[in-house]
Design a protein around this ligand. Structure first.
Ligand SMILES: *Cc1c(COP(=O)(O)O)cnc(C)c1O
Length: 391
């Protein structure tokens, strides 16, 4: 199982991290602090709080609920400090804005989450930062320019699940003096610890597995030292904060992340193995499968696989795919993932420029939920029959 850096296992750490019961009358969960104003007992105390810059001073800068969640995530990531933000996307954009200046150059992985790419191509460009996309398995060294200040990774990539050699990219960037950031949402800090692989900034869409119940939007950025300070300062300058109710929900989700993730991963594996043998299926995309091109890297750097994977069908009409998906009983049709419910999403052609996609069949993204795997297989079995019947 996924062992933490220290003496205790992550499964133990996740139950106790960020708890501050003695400060809250012994309650097991950190209460939800709804507050803007924090009153100080004296001018001296107010002046001291302002000087130190930490602690509970004003709602926007964090409440005890926020701090409990941030401390717990930082502890799981294995270092540095964490700031939570209103969405996963804002965690990505604030990090990039905080760490890049006008005139800087950014290397962005070609298989990044779509909205990350859109941000680089529009607002970040307007701010004077130039982005070059690189193929996920490429040696980046000849792409580094004198003004390359940051390298962004996402592994496995959104929708197509290509793995990146994280330590190799991190080492090349570090030698060049560039900061590295990774979107680690697929693995969560339980299955991959980017900071221990040489990455400077680990980003989570908390909306997904940490939240785990499809009822909140949040992002988290974990980093150390000056890198963290720059990201935090940018978030503060822009006036962004996560609400206390959402922080409480995220903390609740975090406590059960380990067993949920185990179940998501096991069910995803069962579904993937079943799908691989079907004649309607051309390829299953998941680094956890032995035939996958990213399997060796995944095995080396990750301690588990979550419940999200891709399926390439044999070429079929849009109508056939719609017939398959429209009739599914348990798999919901919708965005996001990481909740208790199974989801499926037809993926339109990916916008990528450096990594040709060789498959011409329809691509589906599947999130294995917490339902019984046999029920899910029966659902997919009936769906594939509709797919063939409509063809
Ligand atoms: C969903 C997602 C995000 C964005 O998270 P939100 O909380 O929806 O803003 C970022 N990266 C990846 C890989 C995602 O799947």
């Amino acid at each position: 199982m996924s062992k933490g850096r220290g003496k205790e296992a992550d499964e133990t750490r996740i139950v106790h991290a960020g708890k501050g019961g003695e400060r809250h009358h012994g309650t097991v969960t950190t209460p939800v602090y709804h507050t803007s104003t924090v009153l100080f007992p004296s001018v001296a105390a107010l002046t001291e709080a302002k000087k130190s810059g930490g602690g509970v001073t004003y709602g926007r800068k964090g409440t005890p609920t926020t701090f409990a969640l941030q401390d717990a995530i930082a502890e799981l990531e294995g270092g540095g400090a964490c700031i939570v933000l209103p969405s996963g996307l804002s965690a990505i954009t604030i990090s990039l804005v905080g760490l890049l200046d006008s005139g800087d150059h950014l290397l962005m992985v070609d298989t990044a989450y779509g909205p990350t790419r859109r941000f680089c191509d529009s607002l970040l460009r307007t701010l004077g930062v130039e982005t070059t996309y690189y193929a996920p398995n490429r040696d980046i060294r000849d792409l580094l320019r004198a003004n390359t200040r940051a390298v962004f990774l996402e592994s496995p990539g959104s929708f197509t699940f290509e793995m990146q050699d994280i330590p190799a990219v991190a080492a090349a960037a570090r030698e060049h003096g560039a900061v590295t950031l990774i979107d680690n949402t697929w693995a969560t800090p339980l299955y991959c610890k980017p900071l221990s692989l040489g990455i400077d900034v680990s980003i989570q869409s908390v909306t997904k597995y940490i939240g785990g119940h499809s009822d909140l939007m949040m992002g988290a950025v974990t980093a150390a030292g000056d890198t963290f300070d720059r990201v935090q300062s940018t978030a503060f300058q822009l006036g962004l904060c996560a609400g206390p109710d959402d922080c409480s929900l995220a903390l609740r989700g975090l406590r059960t992340l380990a067993p949920r993730l185990q179940q998501h991963g096991r069910t995803a594996r069962t579904l993937a193995d079943w799908l691989v043998d079907r004649s309607e299926v051309r390829r299953v995309l998941s680094p956890a499968l032995a035939h996958d091109p990213g399997h060796a890297i995944w095995k080396r750097d990750y301690t588990g696989a979550s419940g999200l994977f891709g399926v390439v069908l044999e070429p079929a009409s849009d109508e056939s795919v719609a017939a398959m998906l429209d009739g599914l009983r348990y798999f919901g049709l919708g965005y996001s993932w990481g909740g208790f419910e199974s989801l499926v999403l037809p993926v339109a052609r990916r916008r990528r420029t450096e990594t040709p996609w060789p498959e011409d069949g329809p691509l589906l993204r599947i999130h294995a939920g917490l339902e019984d795997p046999d029920d899910l297989i029966a659902d997919l079995d009936a769906g594939l029959a509709r797919l063939s019947g409509a063809a």
